[in-house]
Design a protein around this ligand. Structure first.
Ligand SMILES: Nc1ncnc2c1ncn2[C@@H]1O[C@H](COP(=O)(O)OP(=O)(O)OP(=O)(O)O)[C@@H](O)[C@H]1O
Ligand SMILES: [Mg+2]
Length: 216
């Protein structure tokens, strides 16, 4: 499902962001990526989403080699990957409904189907009553759940979540984690990047630990 072979990523500065990363995440796994700030977690997720290309090495996602992929194939692959990224914020001037609907609209899904999918997803996340709100009118935890709704509305094969519980308190963190677990049990491969040791405490899932760009 996700395979990296000797991936290096350099942004031109002295120390590469990723050094010789080889790993396999089978379809349906739930895996954590951890490590201190600057370790390369976000870069690793961006490589998988093909938002960054490896400087060398190969990345395969759902059988496609991302170093050689054509633009058309890339957009269809990306549609099957849901992302919750630190720098991919909700649009503040669009309602919750519009934020979640956007990815379906760009895919050309008919409006009636969009309405159905968005309502279904918001209901699933317990946010049905918020569809007309604007993101600044929501709490941090609610915004985070909307970001997850946006990522899963088209039933992705893979969900990439970068610090999904970043600024949330303990209860909300547990709530978001329970949600990610539930999405996982529906068959989605889930990759969660976090520097939080709290989140990893007691987990039986695989943990990929990075330090200064290397897997340790
Ligand atoms: N677009 C970029 N241009 C230049 N350097 C970058 C870029 N993106 C990341 N880096 C560098 O790559 C290294 C890894 O960054 P990355 O964002 O992957 O770390 P991280 O583990 O996600 O950290 P954090 O926990 O703080 O989010 C850092 O040294 C960072 O400065
Ligand atoms: Mg990061």
């Amino acid at each position: 499902m996700i395979r990296l072979f000797h991936v290096y990523k350099s942004f031109g500065s002295k120390n590469p962001a990723l050094i010789d990363i080889s790993l396999t995440v089978p379809k349906g796994e739930f895996v954590f990526v951890t490590g201190p700030s600057g370790a390369g977690k976000t870069t690793l997720l961006k490589i998988i989403f093909c938002a960054e290309k490896p400087t060398s090495g190969h990345a395969l996602v759902d059988g496609r080699n991302l170093t050689r992929i054509k633009d058309g194939e890339l957009s269809s692959l990306r549609r099957r990957i849901g992302v919750v990224f630190q720098d991919f914020k909700l649009l503040p001037r669009r309602t919750v409904f519009e934020n979640v609907a956007l990815s379906l609209e760009v895919m050309g899904v008919p409006p009636s189907r969009i309405r159905k999918k968005v309502h279904q997803t918001l209901r699933y996340l317990g946010l049905a009553d918020k569809e007309g709100y604007y993101p600044p009118q929501l709490s941090g935890g609610e915004q985070q759940r909307i970001a997850i709704a946006r990522a899963i509305v088209n039933n992705p094969l893979i969900l990439l979540a970068d610090e999904p519980t970043g600024n949330l308190d303990y209860d909300l963190t547990m709530e978001i984690m329970a949600l990610l677990k539930e999405i996982h049990t529906r068959g989605t491969t889930v990759v969660v990047a976090t520097h939080s040791q709290e989140l990893l405490k007691g987990t039986r899932r695989r943990i990929i630990a990075l330090h200064k760009g290397r897997m340790v």
